[in-house]
Write a protein that binds this ligand. Sequence first.
Ligand code: ADP
Length: 218
Amino acid sequence: MKKQFAVIGLGRFGGSICREFAKMGYDVLAIDNDMEKVNEFATVATQAVQANATDEKVMKSLGIRNFNHVIVSIGEDIQASILTTLLLKESGVNKVWVKAQNDYHHKVLEKLGADRIIHPERDMALRVAQLISSEKIIDFIELSHEHSIVEIGVTDKLVNKTLTDLDVRARFGCNIVAIKRGDDILVSPIADVSLQYGDVLVVIGRNEDLNRFEDEGV
Ligand code: ADP
């Protein structure tokens, strides 16, 4: 069965999510209480509906509990965001992700059982700051507070070296899980693969080990 998503609140964030789902070919129900927004998304979403998300009856009639995943992106009106989250969790929606305005809002959402709380600007700012502060890291995924997967470009120092030469596991305690080479990805690369200009190493490990590798090994 096709995954079904609902987005409540079609401002900048909710609207962008809605567009992305539509591009990916998913069914998406778009809800906003502002008719202008609903009209704007009528051709983007599978269905766009004008509704007040805090109205339990209306939400029931939309069959909201049947959606796999609902994203609440009501910005300014924190009270409406909180009440909507409460109704969604009470009606048994499996995954409810909510955009938070501030720390107080975050705390309340957490108590209500929101499955993920997002601070789009803060989260993105952190990511950009981390990427800028580390010139060698191309991209990263945070696995936990202590562990990440990072992409590091092959520098002059590494060209023509093999993974055995680098000996990353013994020296830094991290693992090279893949090498990106053009459009190819060498998964679990063999030890005697020789690194080339343009290669990107995909490395998993503890953050402190990854930092050491970045500082001393690259
Ligand atoms: P952003 O910061 O992402 O642009 P906004 O605060 O501008 O977010 O957008 C929030 C959207 O949520 C608005 O389009 C607004 O009409 C909608 N909204 C606010 N309250 C409700 C509600 N109770 N039910 C449905 N939609 C709502």
